[in-house]
Design a protein around this ligand. Structure first.
Ligand SMILES: O=C([C@H](O)CO)[C@H](O)[C@H](O)COP(=O)(O)O
Length: 426
C-alpha cells in the first residue's frame, strides 16, 4: 500500500485552509486534516466546508478529544469527518465511547499519543479498545524543545497491527525515514502549509514517501543545528519568537549587508580604555562574537587594527554598546561590526574591566556563550539555555511569513490575509 500523506491544515481561517488544502492535493497529498487550531477557531463549520470543498477526499478532524467521546465524535462525523482524532491519554471510558460512536456514524478513530506517559503499551490497549489508527506525535511545542517521534514510532509499529501514523515537524528527510520504518500515514503541517509554494512542498513529500531513502536525514549537534537555523532566519523573526524581547537598543550595523551568528565573548570595558576589548580577541574561539559594553558614545574601544586581528582568530563579529572608529578600514576588511556610532578618537590600553563576565549591552543582559545574531535590522541576544527552542520557533515565524508574503504577492493585503479585525483584542 502506498503511504498516505495527511496534510494538517493548522490555520485559523477556513477559506485559507481550503485554498492551501487544494494546493497540497495538487502536489500529491491524500488526506485533508482540519487542524486543531482551525477547529478551535471556526468550529464544526470548518469541517463542513472542507467536506463540501473536497467531497471525494478523506477528511480528518483533529479534535484531540479528551472527554465526552461519543458527543464529540458525533459532532465531527455529522459535519463530514471520516477520521476523528482522540487523545490516547483520554480515559478508557472516553475511548470506548468514541469508538462506539464512530462505528455508529461510519467514521474511524485515530488516537494521538501526544504526552501519553507510557505510549507503547498504551497503543496496544488502544488497539484492543477498537481504535483504527495510532498517531505517534511530537506536538509543535514539544518539537521546539527538540522532541521528535521517529524512535517511538518504530516501537509502536512493532506493538500494534493497525495503521500507524506519525506527526511532528515532519519534512522530506523524516517522512522518508518514517515510511522506511513502517509508517502508514505521514501527517505534515508546517512544512507544507506554511511554505510559499505549497504544491511543490507537497510534491517533494510525495516523492520522498513514494521512493523513501535515508539520505537527507542527518542529525547535527545541537550547536550546529542552532547556528544553522539562526543563520537562516532574520533578527525580526527571532524577536517575534522571543515575544518581542532580546533586541539590543541603539546598536546598528556599521557594515550593511553583513550578518552574524555566534556565541558571545563578553567584555565589560570602561570609557577611554580599550585594553580588555582587544584582549578578548585572544580569548575568542572561531565563530565567537565579541560583545562589548564600553559606556561611551565619544571614545572608541575598537577600530581597524582590532578588526584585522579578528580575521586571524576566526572571530565572527563584534557588537559594541558604544563607539567604533576606522569605519572605512572596517568596511574595506568587510568584517561585521555593530555599534552605537562612529567617532575618530580612541582611548588608552589601561587594563580596567573584565572579559567573560555577565554584562549589559544595548540594554540587554548578555552572558558568555549566549547566542548573538545581527543583521541590517539590528542585534538580538538569545540566552544559551533557550537557544534551541527560540531558533526553532523563529524558523516557524519565518515559514508563516513566507506564506503570508506569497498570499500578499497574489493580491491580498496583510489585514485581509490575517483577517486582522476578527483577531483584534476585545
Ligand atoms: O496536531 C498538530 C498540532 O498538535 C497542532 O494542532 C499538528 O497538526 C501536527 O503536529 C502536524 O503539524 P507539524 O508538526 O507542523 O508538521
Amino acid at each position: 500500500m502506498k503511504p498516505i500523506i495527511q496534510v494538517a491544515l493548522d490555520l485559523l481561517e477556513t477559506d485559507r485552509a481550503i485554498r492551501i488544502g487544494q494546493e497540497a492535493l495538487e502536489g500529491g497529498a491524500d488526506w485533508i486534516e482540519a487542524g486543531t487550531p482551525l477547529i478551535k477557531s471556526e468550529g464544526m463549520d470548518s469541517i463542513r466546508k472542507l467536506r463540501e470543498a473536497f467531497p471525494a477526499k478523506v477528511i480528518v478532524a483533529d479534535m484531540k478529544i479528551a472527554d465526552t467521546g461519543s458527543m464529540e465524535v458525533e459532532m465531527a462525523a455529522k459535519a463530514g469527518a471520516d477520521v476523528i482524532v482522540i487523545l490516547g491519554s483520554a480515559d478508557d471510558s472516553t475511548v470506548l465511547e468514541a469508538v462506539r460512536a464512530a462505528k455508529k456514524y461510519g467514521a474511524r478513530i485515530m488516537a494521538d499519543l501526544i504526552s501519553v506517559p507510557d505510549p507503547v503499551p498504551r497503543s496496544g490497549e488502544l488497539e484492543k479498545m477498537g481504535v483504527d489508527i495510532i498517531n505517534v506525535h511530537a506536538g509543535i511545542d514539544q518539537q521546539m524543545t527538540g522532541r521528535d517521534s521517529l524512535s517511538l514510532m518504530k516501537e509502536v509499529v512493532r506493538e500494534v497491527s493497525i495503521q500507524v501514523a506519525i506527526a511532528g515537524g515532519l519534512d522530506i528527510g523524516s517522512c522518508s525515514m518514517a515510511v522506511k520504518e513502517g509508517a502508514d500515514i505521514v501527517i505534515v503541517g508546517g512544512n507544507i502549509v506554511r511554505s510559499a509554494d505549497v504544491t511543490a512542498s507537497a510534491k517533494a513529500i510525495r516523492d520522498a514517501v513514494d521512493s523513501p531513502s535515508v539520505t537527507g536525514y542527518s542529525k547535527k549537534t545541537v550547536d550546529e543545528e542552532i547556528r544553522s537555523i539562526l543563520g537562516s532566519v532574520s533578527t525580526p523573526n527571532i524577536s517575534d519568537a522571543m515575544h518581542r524581547k532580546g533586541a539590543m537598543q541603539d546598536i546598528f550595523t556599521m557594515v550593511p549587508g553583513k550578518k552574524i551568528v555566534g556565541t558571545a565573548v563578553t567584555v565589560q570595558a570602561f570609557k577611554g580604555d580599550w585594553a580588555k576589548a582587544v584582549e578578548a580577541i585572544d580569548e575568542a574561539n572561531p565563530g565567537d562574537i565579541i560583545v562589548i559594553y564600553n559606556g561611551s558614545r565619544h571614545v572608541a574601544p575598537w577600530g581597524g587594527l582590532a578588526t584585522q586581528s579578528c580575521l586571524n582568530k576566526g572571530v565572527a563579529g563584534v557588537v559594541i554598546d558604544g563607539a567604533v572608529r576606522d569605519i572605512d578600514d572596517i568596511r574595506r576588511i568587510d568584517f561585521p561590526v555593530f555599534a552605537t556610532c562612529n567617532v575618530p578618537n580612541a582611548g588608552e590600553p589601561k587594563g580596567f574591566g573584565e572579559i567573560n563576565s555577565e554584562i549589559v549591552c544595548g540594554n540587554q543582559a548578555v552572558k558568555p556563550g549566549d547566542y548573538i545574531v545581527g543583521d541590517d535590522n539590528g542585534v538580538v541576544v538569545i540566552p544559551r539555555e533557550h537557544a534551541y527552542e527560540i531558533a526553532r520557533r523563529a524558523k516557524e515565524v519565518e515559514k508563516t511569513e513566507q506564506r503570508l508574503f506569497e498570499e500578499i504577492r497574489r493580491g491580498a493585503t496583510l489585514s485581509e490575509v490575517m483577517d486582522l479585525r476578527k483577531w483584534e483584542k476585545h
